[in-house]
Design a protein around this ligand. Structure first.
Ligand code: AGP
Length: 618
């Protein structure tokens, strides 16, 4: 969950430092409790690191400017071993300070290695697992005199998930990286090359990139990029072009990334649909590289995901089961991984993930494939681990989601899994072509509907400000509204640090209604009155039940639904939308509410406390 940057160029300049700091700023969402840089120039190695956000590191560099350099590393940390302190910040130096290393991941055998090194006389300056790798690298470098060879020796000793970048004081034209179950991509330049946790690290310098595979060591110089397997044999890295520009990763005039990304949602849906429906309205998922005969034989779908991505899977369950008549199980990846799931060659596993690096989901994907299942990744980040380890990838094109709490990725995940469901229904003939076309037409109308919901932003902001002191909020929904209620509650927890809980509305009378008391705020996601009418009537009954006990019902309902007006304290109307597509618009007011309430409380909505954008440890 850390952000790492590497650079090497052929000029002695401040560019290695500029690239490192610029990259770290864009990678802060991967972790931000400490930061540091390492530079290699004619005077050898310079390392500067500080606890706290990057501002503190930059202040230290302002006070004591670093010398010009040819190569550099940068690291922004999300602590796993050792508190956020200057000493525990990366880079870590090894041996006599001749090598510096930055790390993303967890070295699971670091204690054994630490004892072995200490017994040989190594003195440790930090509590981190990473420092172990630094000392191993220093020893290997002393023996080999070659940073690549030294890295190969080190990775042979390590267990766990890691991305490592390293430099040496007498090798200013070389940066070496290694990855296992943790992200690393190469940026290709002219007379310079880059490394990063993801493309945001170097996006303002190049759009040409290389996707590294599992267990690979990469060596970059100003003119060359070489890739070896951990076995020392040449390996292949896949080139790709990044379709994001640097601007997409900055706030675009909005006050926060969270605000920007909520407003990006119409575009996120539109781009996810782009190029996948032909003029005749037929669906084409060319990237779904799984034999159609296998897809026709699928008798169960299992979604594996975490957090918001899991709620996207819960929404998709209702639609895919309705369209395809295949049972869809939605499993929290960390639960799926460690129980004995019934998965086989006729199971299609769908791994939903924004980052593509969530370790819980990675492990679930590996487990599913070991059981013979085919795996499709629904993923937003190119060059990430999960699509590489899946049989096929269906990319959401939501663009970089920088705010730690997910919004546009959630919406895009629903749209993409709907495309997958419609594709399967089209392939298996459980929907006629005109039925698929009808749903696709409704999907293409969603961006405009989200735009209309965004017009209510000011009113929702006022509602949020009026509730800035609320202690706890409940969220109710039925059918596809139920996962929307869960996601609304999660957003409030993540952003405003307020206790919130989502329930299936039908569950209220089976216990949670005991929580209802005068003044209790309850958000209720009301289904369309034009859909399955019994759904609408039952949710109205739920509102009456809580109103009778003094609750303050804030209702998300369809424009024209006059029945709710008399029951609710507040109604936020959304455009009429078919029942199965309603989550794509109903969730937006809940996202805005959570964001505005957190803002009213003066909280950092982009980097909430304790969270990281990509949970790359189990
Ligand atoms: C989203 O608001 C949360 N930050 C979190 O639940 C996230 O959805 C989850 O960690 C999964 O991340 P992924 O989509 O990158 O796999």
């Amino acid at each position: 969950m850390c952000g790492i940057v590497g650079y090497v160029g052929n000029a002695l300049s401040t560019k290695p430092l500029d690239v490192a700091l610029g990259g770290l700023r864009r990678l802060q969402y991967r972790g931000y409790d400490s930061a540091g840089i390492a530079l290699v120039g004619p005077t050898g190695l310079t390392v500067v690191k500080r606890a706290g956000k990057i501002d503190r590191l930059e202040a230290a560099l302002f006070e004591n400017p670093a010398p010009p350099a040819y190569a550099g590393l940068g690291h922004t940390r999300w602590a796993t071993h050792g508190r956020p302190t200057d000493a525990n910040a990366h880079p870590h130096v090894g041996g006599k300070g001749r090598v510096a290393i930055v790390h993303n991941g967890i070295l699971e055998n670091h204690l054994v290695l630490r004892e072995e090194l200490a017994a040989s006389g190594v003195a440790f300056g930090s509590q981190t697992d990473t420092e172990v790798a630094a000392h191993l690298l220093a020893a290997a470098y002393e023996e080999t005199g070659d940073l690549t060879a030294a890295m190969l020796r080190v990775v042979a000793r390590l267990e766990g998930a890691f991305t490592l970048l390293a430099v040496a004081d007498d090798a200013p034209s070389t940066v070496v990286g290694a990855r296992r179950s943790s992200p690393l991509v190469v940026g290709l330049g002219a007379g310079e090359n880059f490394l990063g946790s993801d493309v945001a690290a170097f996006i303002e310098h190049t759009h040409d990139a290389l996707e590294l595979g599992e267990d690979q060591v990469v060596t970059i110089t100003p003119e060359t990029v070489s890739v070896l397997g951990f076995d020392g044999r040449p390996a292949i890295a896949r080139p790709f072009t990044v379709d994001w520009d640097a601007n997409a990763a900055v706030k675009g005039g909005f006050s926060t990334f969270m605000n920007k990304e909520i407003h990006d949602q119409p575009d996120a849906v539109a781009k996810t649909l782009l190029g996948r429906v032909d003029a005749a309205g037929r669906l084409h998922l060319d990237e779904l590289r799984i034999d159609e005969r296998l897809l026709r034989r699928v008798d169960k779908i299992v979604v594996v995901a975490c957090g918001t991505a899991a709620y996207a899977g819960l929404v998709a369950k209702y639609a895919i089961e309705h369209w395809c008549r295949i049972p869809v199980e939605v499993e929290l990846a960390h639960e799926f991984r460690y129980r004995d799931p019934v998965v086989g060659e006729k199971t299609l596993v769908v791994a939903i993930t924004q980052s593509g690096e969530t370790m819980d989901t990675i492990q679930a994907v590996r487990h599913a494939r070991d059981q013979g299942a085919k795996v499709v990744a629904v993923v937003n980040t190119m060059g990430s681990t999960i699509p590489r380890e899946s049989d096929a990838a269906l990319y959401t094109h939501a663009g970089p989601e920088v705010a730690v709490a997910s919004t546009k990725a959630f919406i895009a995940q629903i749209a993409a899994t709907y495309l997958l469901g419609l594709y399967l229904a089209q392939l298996r003939g459980t929907l006629f072509a005109d039925e698929v076309r009808a749903v696709l037409t409704e999907l293409r109308a969603i961006p405009a509907k989200i735009e209309r919901v965004l017009e209510s932003e000011e009113r929702i902001r006022e509602l949020a400000i009026s509730m800035a002191d609320v202690g706890s909020i409940l969220y109710l929904g039925r059918h596809v509204g139920y996962p929307v209620a869960l996601e609304g509650a999660l957003k409030l927890k993540e952003l405003a640090y307020i206790h919130a809980e989502g329930f299936a509305a039908g569950e209220l009378k089976h216990g949670p209604i005991a929580l209802i008391e005068p003044g209790r705020v309850v958000f209720v996601v009301v289904p369309s009155p034009r859909g399955r009418d019994q759904l609408h009537a039952k949710v109205l009954s739920n509102i009456a039940e809580i109103k009778a006990r003094g609750a303050r019902a804030v209702v998300i309902a369809e424009e024209g639904d006059d029945d709710v007006a008399s029951l609710a304290a507040e109604v936020i109307f959304v455009p009429p939308t078919p029942t199965l597509l309603a989550p794509l618009v109903a969730v937006v007011p809940l996202q805005i509410f959570a964001c505005e309430l957190a803002t009213a409380k003066g909280l950092d909505v982009d980097q909430p406390r304790n969270l990281a954008k990509s949970v790359t440890v189990e």
